[in-house]
Design a protein around this ligand. Sequence first.
Ligand code: ADQ
Length: 479
Amino acid sequence: MEHEVRAEPVNTVAGSAGLVVVSNRLPVRLEEDGTGSRWRTSPGGLVAALTPVLRGRDGVWVGWSGQPGHVRHPATHEGIALHAVPISDEELDDFYVGFSNGTLWPLYHDAIRSPSFERRWWQAYVTVNHRYAEAAAAAAGHGATVWVHDYHLQLVPMMLRGLRPDVRIGFFLHIPFPPQELFVQLPWRREIIEGLLGADLVGFQVPGAASNFSRLARRLTDAGSAEDGLHHDGRIVRVGAFPISIDAAELEARATDPAVLARAQGLRHDLGDPQVMLLGVDRLDYTKGIEQRVRAVGELFEEETLRTGEHVMVQIAVPSREDDAHYQAERDDLERLVGEVNGRFSTVGHPAIHYLHRSVPFDELVALYLAADVMLVTPLRDGMNLVAKEYVTARTDATGALVLSEFAGAARELRQAILVNPHDLDGIKGAIRLAIELEPGDARSRMRRLRRVVRNADVYAWAQSFLTALQQRAEIVLP
Ligand code: ADQ
């Protein structure tokens, strides 16, 4: 059964913002410390990149506060007005845990886990998307630009266009967009495509995702090909790839800070001054390929390519979506595996793998990047993967080696990494061997080229290129 999700224009009173960013979460979050709780800036390049742009254009950020129901939150943050979208406990289960992370997340990541298709979850997705669209409509000034982010909000562009035909709408998807064979499983496939077609510009991390979307739009709706995109409903919808990046200058500043450098040395010392330190840093997510990576490292210890005391692996796994059964199972399996490898190969005082299931402060993360000789980024599928870009940026002396999955969006740009198929255990082992044995001159020249790629395309350039493309939307309306 197909569902009507189109929003009718209403007499919305326009706000005054020139630029509205709409994302699942607001750029602030409530953090507890010993003395109580306070609102702090959420970490990440997206917030850093968009804050100055919003400030310059009477900006408003629309998003969820991170707490169920109506909560008091700061009215502004660094000069940007914050408009919270309330979400109830039950809606969080159905819209967020359910449709966003139980249906879309696995479906868009190659169905590594089976997506669940629940009609109740879909209904909540429609309801909550409509609430975000109404909040954006109420905030935007006449002719404003609205930039909608990510898979939680794919219906917002079309709903917002129904409410506010005068605004310019951009949408950016941070995760992969799947090929037709997978996407067509979705019972609400046409509605999602039509939701996205409400935008003037639909951006993806890589060109492959953009062409998956264009092909599906032509197949499932009456959209036709146009230069740089599609025509649909008498409008041009531009479609393109805008690979996201990091705040490279900020990261380099942290990576050259004497205290961070000293901490990196201290970390190596604490690890027993190994010859080679291998590092993995990921959200604990089944898409990140952590298990395959640990398995490969375990086999290398078994074959004595890696030797305890001389070689050590550190794996940081940031807790994520812990109320989801798939994530609980992933954690259990990973912890059992790490325990097995350590049980077999650790010696007293020298674990083979140091496993930390927690988030670490940014400076500590940078110190880990500086301490690591080999960085292992082996997701089974990833929209971009910022950890890869962060590692090479932190290596200001151009040492170190990056082992990178072919299936991370970052692999399109970071061609000088040691690229691997993350499903191929022997391939991962070969890549780790190569990374350890890389001739120093070769390693340096690779790292220099990798660093140049990120420096020349940082997150500020990314935001600018998307917003510039959005301003240049075709003004011609088809007859
Ligand atoms: P994520 O799946 O969350 O993002 P990623 O791109 O690697 O993945 O970003 C993770 C961020 O979290 C990095 O900036 C990293 O520094 C930080 N982080 C990781 N481990 C940490 C730790 N232990 N402590 C503190 N911080 C940590 C989604 C998509 C990606 C896409 C991004 C941005 O899945 O493919 O690259 O959005 O578009």
